[in-house]
Design a protein around this ligand. Structure first.
Ligand code: UD1
Length: 432
């Protein structure tokens, strides 16, 4: 079994701003598609799942480590991960990995389907508000699982799950994925209603189908799964990362330059592109590239985050950074998470005028931000601060850079390639 080394040394990012970024960047494979697809390997027995275009990120390495602990053999080279499933996986997920990453909860459905039992310490992840997994557990219970909470861990057991109709109170991405994977071996048909329609769900459904699952309706509000007896190994490709691609597009616009992002599916970025055009940006798409530029200062707009195809919550902090330097006022409403405004005080330190009222923020644009010391509290907050720093008049030092490593592969190289002056340097403890 291969264990991946996870670095714990503290680092900070130095960003020297005010340079227009121009050029091309290739998008990585989508983190949020790679993680559930990797978890789907737990459904296999002594077969291989070969996954191309896996981004090399802290989170994908944590998931590989988790699978290793459960008995899988993983190799990861040049973006291709080969996961060899054990005959019988272990069903107890280790707390130190689960607490690092909320997506570890995606092991629950497949383990229950394959082993009839699973233990999952309550997961961690980004500090963006209360993120329960009650919808996952409610759905699994409806399929016949017995679920108990023992000393902060979920203990789930089932003597064979059974197909049924499950209505999700909210189209949770993780609950949809977990229940899809739990249902592949369930007796009869499972009908999942009010499910998430994100492209990452579609990618997972394609993979499960390629493994032999009977599944239809992904990308709509209802997914139907008819249980099968076993699955077989396959080789598949992860879709492009729409959040990463969008972040780089915003970097071009905010610095007065123009970035073209390659190897993307522009339709997955429709909500962002529409909002950028509304704000006055020019957007150009081909079948697999997107570029954007702002011929003059953008104007303020209203943005509300919603489940796909609405505006993604994972771009809300970055969009707020952009609107901080737009002309006039903007309103940003967070419709998915309870407290996803932890980037606001940091943007304010850089000169942004933002007033938060509940789940809304009123942003009054200023002509420019200025560099200072800031701290990333979560992955996308970090991305927003990097964008702010790239546009700012002088140098920004961003602490908490390890959050960004969870989601952006080779970010320093990629930004450097389009002209940014950024570097990651060790951060002595007294600075951290
Ligand atoms: C996934 C993404 C994350 C993104 C989020 C929303 C991955 C690995 N992560 O997270 O980047 O920000 O979708 O697009 O794909 N909820 C409940 N009970 C549940 C489950 C969710 O109340 O059982 C709530 C959450 O607290 C949150 C909302 O539903 O307010 C959305 O969560 P969900 O769609 O489940 O997000 P994740 O799957 O965790």
């Amino acid at each position: 079994m291969r264990r991946f080394i996870v670095t714990t040394q503290r680092q900070k990012m130095l960003i020297r701003g005010a340079t227009p970024l121009r050029g091309s960047i290739s998008a990585q494979g989508a983190k949020n598609a790679a993680l559930p697809i990797m978890a789907a390997s737990l459904l296999l027995s002594r077969e291989q799942l070969i996954i191309d275009r896996i981004p090399d990120l802290q989170d994908t390495r944590t998931m590989a480590d988790l699978l290793g602990h459960l008995g899988a053999q993983t190799t990861f080279e040049k973006g291709t991960m080969i996961i060899a499933a054990p005959e019988e996986p272990d069903w107890e997920t280790p707390a130190h990995l689960v607490r690092k990453m909320r997506a570890s909860s995606l092991a629950l459905g497949p383990l229950l389907a394959r082993c009839g039992r699973a233990v999952l310490p309550l997961p961690g992840g980004c500090a963006i508000g209360g993120r329960p997994i009650d919808l996952h557990l409610k759905g699994l219970a409806k399929m016949g699982a017995q679920i108990e909470l023992v000393h902060g861990s979920v203990h789930a057991k089932a003597k064979g799950l059974r197909g049924c109709r499950i209505y999700l109170d909210f189209p949770s991405v993780g609950a949809t994925e977990n229940l899809m994977m739990a249902a592949v071996f369930a007796r009869g048909q499972t009908i999942l209603e009010n499910v998430a329609r994100e492209p990452e769900i579609t990618n997972l459904a394609e993979v499960l189908r390629a493994m032999g699952a009977k599944i239809e309706g992904e990308g709509t509000g209802t997914i139907r799964i008819t249980g099968v007896k076993e699955l077989s190994g396959t080789r598949i490709t992860v879709i492009p990362d729409r959040v990463e691609a969008s972040t780089y597009l915003l970097a071009g616009i905010m610095t007065g330059g123009e970035i073209t992002v390659h190897q993307v599916i522009p339709q997955h970025m429709d909500a962002l592109l529409a909002k950028l055009e509304e704000a006055g940006a020019e957007v150009f798409c081909t079948e697999e590239t997107v570029s954007a530029r702002a011929p003059q200062r953008l104007r303020g707009i209203s943005v509300k985050t919603l489940p796909f195809p609405g505006f993604p919550t994972d771009l809300q902090p970055q969009m707020m950074a952009l609107l901080s330097i737009a002309e006039g006022s903007s309103i940003v409403q967070e419709g998915i998470f309870e407290s996803r405004f932890l980037h606001v005080p940091e943007l304010q330190r850089m000169g942004a005028h933002i007033e938060v009222q509940g789940n809304s923020a009123v942003v009054t644009g200023v002509p420019a931000l200025h560099g200072t010391d800031v701290r990333a509290t979560d992955l996308r907050a970090g991305a927003a601060l990097i964008l702010a720093g790239l546009s700012a008049s002088d140098q920004t030092e961003m602490f908490g850079v390890e959050h960004v490593a969870r989601g952006y592969e080779k970010i320093v190289e990629k930004l450097g390639h389009v002209g940014a002056r950024v570097e990651i340097i060790p951060c002595p403890d007294e600075d951290a």
